[in-house]
Design a protein around this ligand. Structure first.
Ligand SMILES: Cc1cc2nc3c(=O)[nH]c(=O)nc-3n(C[C@H](O)[C@H](O)[C@H](O)COP(=O)(O)OP(=O)(O)OC[C@H]3O[C@@H](n4cnc5c(N)ncnc54)[C@H](O)[C@@H]3O)c2cc1C
Length: 425
């Protein structure tokens, strides 16, 4: 493995581990070049593994939208040596501000800003997805990235995994990681086909030049407006040059044929009829809006089999109502690296990775699903009860409520369980 690259690679953290694995002799294929796959590859590469990423698209790209990077995730990116880039491209919001849909009344305001650094050691950022992806791509040596490689299948031979791609490439590796998103082909190959489930929610999203909204004097906060059957999130990205919005509303069904990715501004306005004028002004100011259906899947019983495992949306796609999907993928990569470094054999490492990650990701998945009901309550007794609890300041995004999520150090492993320390590479 070459530790060359754009000067960001940290010394391998091997010294911390009591392992018989020699990373430089272990080849790893990461299938999928999204945020999850690229960050995992970078983590593995920095630890000394011989890692390559295989992406089906001809070009690595992300959708034009924002993403929140909570402290548990920014900790991982800092660990990859990307703290400076993150600080350059990210916006550090002052607070999460949860508001009522019609009059904008505050339901809960939870501090972010310096409070995150004081409490968890790392900032909370809001970034443009494309900027984050470009940073990860730039940090990986080019020869490690293989675009135009659509994974087709695998055979686990016990001592190695054989993988095949649609372009005819066939290769053997020691470890295969499926980071190929919600419709994961690796997951199907490992555990059989299973379709993601339509969640009953669709989202309009858009990026608005902030100068068009100057008159609104928007605070640098993540604003989450909650109302009957819908919620609306907006925050700044790209050094406050753009305002990102995601407007999520409930739909009974989703038929691919009747929707295109591009949405109509009029449709977004109609879905939020009667909501606060600020939200309408944001939507009206957008040049183009996109619509996408939200799918998720129930937690999987297993992520790993033999020498292959899953990571990111491939194994824990979730509703975005805790803003944790990508964050959990980033955590996966850090834990996977630590498990491989600390193990004597690959299957044992992958079992330990699954044992550490699956319960946590499943819990966050469940919380995200619960928030669909909580965020979308119609006005009435349940909504009043929810608002009263929120006023107590210990639910939703309040520091106390998210502490267990944001304080997590994904690279820190607990003691090894005996069953994970089997012999053989
Ligand atoms: C509206 C919305 C808002 C969100 N906001 C947040 C947020 O604020 N914070 C947060 O942490 N998360 C958020 N998320 C979740 C986050 O976007 C996802 O969890 C994350 O992007 C998933 O990353 P991934 O790398 O696992 O998968 P993907 O980004 O889907 O990447 C998978 C990659 O695999 C490739 N691929 C697929 N099949 C193959 C194959 N057969 N062979 C080779 N390559 C293949 C794809 O082309 C793609 O590049 C949000 C999601 C939504 C929908």
């Amino acid at each position: 493995m070459s530790a060359s690259g754009p000067g960001r690679l940290l010394p391998p953290p091997r010294a911390r581990y009591d392992s018989h694995i020699e990373p430089e002799r272990i080849s790893v294929a990461v299938i999928g070049g999204g945020i999850g796959g690229l960050s995992a590859a970078l983590s593995l590469l920095q630890a000394g593994f011989d890692v390559h990423v295989y992406e089906r698209a001809a070009v690595l790209s992300e959708v034009g939208a924002g993403i929140q990077i909570s402290p548990n995730a920014s900790r991982v990116l800092h660990g990859l040596g990307l703290g400076d880039e993150l600080a350059r491209m990210g916006v550090r919001p002052l607070a999460f501000h949860q508001r009522r849909w019609d009059d904008g009344r505050t339901l809960l305001r939870a501090p972010l800003g310096d409070t995150m650094v004081e409490a968890f050691g790392f900032p909370h950022y809001q970034t443009h997805r494309a900027d984050l992806l470009a940073t990860l791509v730039a940090a990986l040596p080019r020869e490690r990235l293989h675009v135009g490689h659509r994974f087709r299948g695998l055979v686990d031979h016990g001592d190695r995994v054989e993988m095949a791609f649609e372009n005819g490439t066939v290769a053997d590796v020691d470890v295969l990681v499926g980071a190929d998103g919600i419709h994961s082909d690796v997951r199907s190959a490992l555990f059989g086909p299973e379709d993601p489930v339509f969640t009953g929610c669709a989202a309009y999203r858009g990026l608005v030049p902030a100068e068009r909204l100057r008159h609104l004097e928007l605070e640098v906060t993540a604003q989450i407006w909650m109302g009957p059957g819908a919620h609306f999130v907006h925050y700044f990205v790209q050094r406050r040059r753009l305002v990102n919005f995601v407007a999520i509303f409930e739909q009974e069904s989703w038929t691919r044929e009747s929707w295109t990715d591009r949405g109509e501004v009029a449709g977004a306005l109609a879905a939020f009829e009667g909501w606060h004028p600020q939200l309408h002004e944001i939507v009206r100011a957008v040049d183009e809006t996109f619509i996408w259906a939200l799918f998720d899947r129930p937690p999987l019983p297993r992520w790993s089999r033999g020498r292959a495992t899953l990571l990111g949306d491939a194994c824990h796609a979730m509703l975005p109502f805790m803003a944790q999907g990508a964050a959990q993928g980033l955590e996966d990569g850090a834990t996977l690296t630590a498990c491989l470094l600390d193990a004597d054999d690959v299957p044992g490492a992958l079992r330990r990775y699954e044992a550490l990650r699956l319960p946590r990701a499943s819990r966050i998945q469940a919380l995200s699903t619960e928030n669909k009901t909580r965020f979308h309550l119609p006005d009435g007794p349940e909504q009043r009860e929810r608002d009263a609890r929120m006023a107590g300041g210990s639910t939703d995004f309040a520091l106390k409520a998210v502490e267990w999520i944001y304080s997590h150090d994904a690279a820190a492993l607990g003691p090894r369980q005996p069953s994970t320390a089997a012999v053989g590479r």
